[in-house]
Design a protein around this ligand. Structure first.
Ligand code: 13P
Ligand code: SF4
Length: 302
């Protein structure tokens, strides 16, 4: 028997010609009703190409904002308006403008985990899936300021052997993963492969067999015969890993790495958002016009 909430969501989705987009960290039951589950890049690409009239964005605020800017003729709603990203809140547009005064010729690369206003003050955007490619596309003689994630920035800098200036931002959920957690698990499971997100600290990344975006992490077990994986990212990803590879074992580096903001969305709230058509996410046009350019440049390069 189908869950009545799931049934109601299906009815409302049809009625409003809606699409449900869910990030890989969403609760399992939300991922299961979504039309598309993915990483930040995949979700932006889906938003950009959908012909739905309404996008129900199950993720955090900056993701819904990005969708709203890419689809100005569509309505974008979030099931919980309080689902923000603490890392995105670690930099404001005013702080970035002040920093740029100190480095007048700098090229600003902003991680998609940032507000629309910060994107509007930046030159180009990136996600964890394409950050290395985006930075590599910038001429070598240009100085780069990477905001707001210092961990992703340091990872990209080490891949490209390139100096960059970093903002002092970070993801609290990924920084709860300690190298001790990974070392301990690896000693108990010596054959396990270690796969981590680049928002982890450099000492955790140094232990990894593979570093990737959330969708990259989901693809990785498909490309090798290993049966066990130590997973260094937000624990919501385990749902899809276990669903996709039922014969493999996935061990969270630590059960502490959960993102309370991602988990604010629930199946009931998805239904209510479709009933009430809220909470609508909009971006003032004077900001959107500038921020859209930085996102579009990234999409063109991806
Ligand atoms: P992805 O783009 O890899 O899905 O990451 C988004 C995010 O918020 C990670 O914490
Ligand atoms: Fe932000 Fe970290 Fe949550 Fe991702 S996991 S949304 S970076 S706080």
């Amino acid at each position: 028997m189908t869950d009545p909430i799931v049934e109601r969501i299906s009815e409302l989705r049809k009625k409003h010609n809606a699409i449900i987009l869910a990030h890989n960290y969403q609760r399992g039951e939300i991922q299961d009703v979504a039309d598309f589950v993915g990483d930040s890049l995949g979700l932006s690409q889906q938003a950009a190409k959908t012909d739905a009239d309404l996008i129900v964005f199950c993720g955090v605020h900056f993701m819904a904002e990005t969708a709203a800017m890419l689809c100005p003729d569509k309505t974008v709603i979030m099931p919980d308006e309080n689902a923000g990203c603490p890392m995105a809140a670690m930099i404001t547009a005013r702080e970035l403008r002040e920093k740029k005064k100190l480095y007048p010729d700098v090229t600003v690369v902003c991680y998609v985990n940032s507000t629309a206003a910060v994107k509007a003050e930046s030159d180009i955007c990136c996600t964890s899936a394409n950050a290395t490619k985006i930075v590599a596309s910038i001429p070598k003689d240009r100085e780069i300021l990477f905001v707001p994630d210092k961990s992703l920035g340091a990872y990209v800098a080490s891949c490209l052997n390139r100096k960059m200036i970093f903002w002092d931002g970070y993801c609290p959920s990924h920084h709860r993963i300690l190298s001790e957690h990974v070392v301990q698990l690896k000693s108990e499971h010596p054959d396990a492969k270690i796969v981590v997100h680049p928002e982890c600290t450099p000492d955790v990344i140094a232990l990894a067999d593979h570093v990737a975006s959330t969708t990259g992490i989901i693809k990785y077990p498909g490309s090798n015969h290993t049966k066990e994986f130590i997973v260094g990212t937000e624990i919501g990803i385990l749902h899809r890993l276990r669903q996709t590879y039922p014969d493999k074992t996935f061990l969270p580096a630590t059960p502490l790495s959960d993102c309370p903001n991602m988990k604010l969305n629930t199946l009931e709230k998805v239904m209510w958002s479709l009933e009430d058509l809220q909470f609508v996410v909009t971006v003032p046009e004077e900001i959107a016009v500038k921020a859209r350019k930085t996102i579009q440049q990234m999409l063109d390069l991806s």
